[in-house]
Design a protein. Structure first.
Length: 276
């Protein structure tokens, strides 16, 4: 049904601080600026690699007057990006020099991990690993390669893991209260958060994680399969540059299945990260 993560969508309140962090600090390219799909007056920012490739994309809905959300069960809690293994020390120094909140490095699933916080408080992990990735934008010695993983909080971990398996993921290593699910390109970490508070959507939280589908036919087949198991998928959405389908997994996290292409077209001044 899927070949890995397509994108992750989060919510920000602070537009310029968001651009400064993801473009200025992390080195992403601002590949698209558009209106929200449900509200055309809402700003929606897309960051990714030099080609705007699925698998590299993190997007933000802008809620300038929105309330701060609460991270809890039924949500993506952390977003991880792959960087060269040898660059972790440089990233740590860079974070300290720029006053970016940082913890680590620590070892998780055999990889070196730094935890950063973006201006809205979203946890962003930089994971050192010499993994094949998408095209690089910026300094190739430390540039982010692509999405490495997301962490999902759930109070129904077995059911959530089984549901993620429908998107082409297979069980990997377990560590403490986390079950890692693997595709050929990335991972979904299912964290057992039973007894924890439920998530509340708002700024500083994730809206959804999207998985990759080969084409519209694959999305239609997934809709039929999800309807068969009473997963209540929503109707199709033609996003002009991809077609998608939304569904909630048993633990409540919103998930999307999105076609591979066409990729986003850059709309920014890449020297400054400012919208063109």
């Amino acid at each position: 049904m899927s070949s890995g993560i397509h994108h992750v969508t989060l919510i920000t309140r602070r537009v310029q601080a968001n651009v400064d962090f993801y473009v200025g600090f992390l080195g992403f390219r601002l590949v698209k600026r558009t209106g929200g799909y449900e509200d055309s007056t809402q700003l929606h920012l897309f960051y990714g690699d030099a080609a705007g490739s699925p698998g590299s994309l993190v997007t933000f809905l802008v809620w300038e007057d929105g309330a701060t959300g609460r991270v809890g069960t039924g949500q993506v809690a952390e977003v991880a990006f792959a960087v060269p293994a040898a660059s972790i020390g440089e990233w740590l120094t860079c974070a300290l020099d720029h006053g970016v909140p940082v913890e680590g490095p620590v070892r998780e699933f055999g990889e070196s991990v730094l935890r950063l916080k973006d201006p809205d408080g979203v946890i962003v992990k930089l994971v050192g690993g010499d993994l094949p990735g998408s095209r690089v934008w910026g300094d190739a010695t430390r540039a982010i390669r692509r999405l490495r993983a997301v962490t999902i909080l759930t109070d129904r971990p077995d059911e959530t893991a089984a549901f993620v398996g429908r998107f082409g993921y297979r069980p990997g290593q377990a560590s403490g209260n986390i079950q890692r699910m693997l595709s050929d390109t990335d991972a979904i970490d299912i964290r057992n958060a039973s007894g924890y508070v439920s998530g509340i959507l708002g700024t500083g939280t994730a809206d959804h994680v999207a998985f990759r589908a080969a084409d519209v036919a694959a999305v239609r087949a997934a809709k039929a399969e999800l309807s068969r198991i009473d997963a209540s998928p929503t109707s199709f959405h033609d996003r002009k540059y991809f077609t998608s389908l939304y569904v909630r997994e048993p633990g409540g996290t919103l998930m999307e299945l999105a076609t591979e292409g066409p990729v986003c077209t850059a709309v920014t001044n890449q020297a400054t990260g400012a919208p063109a």
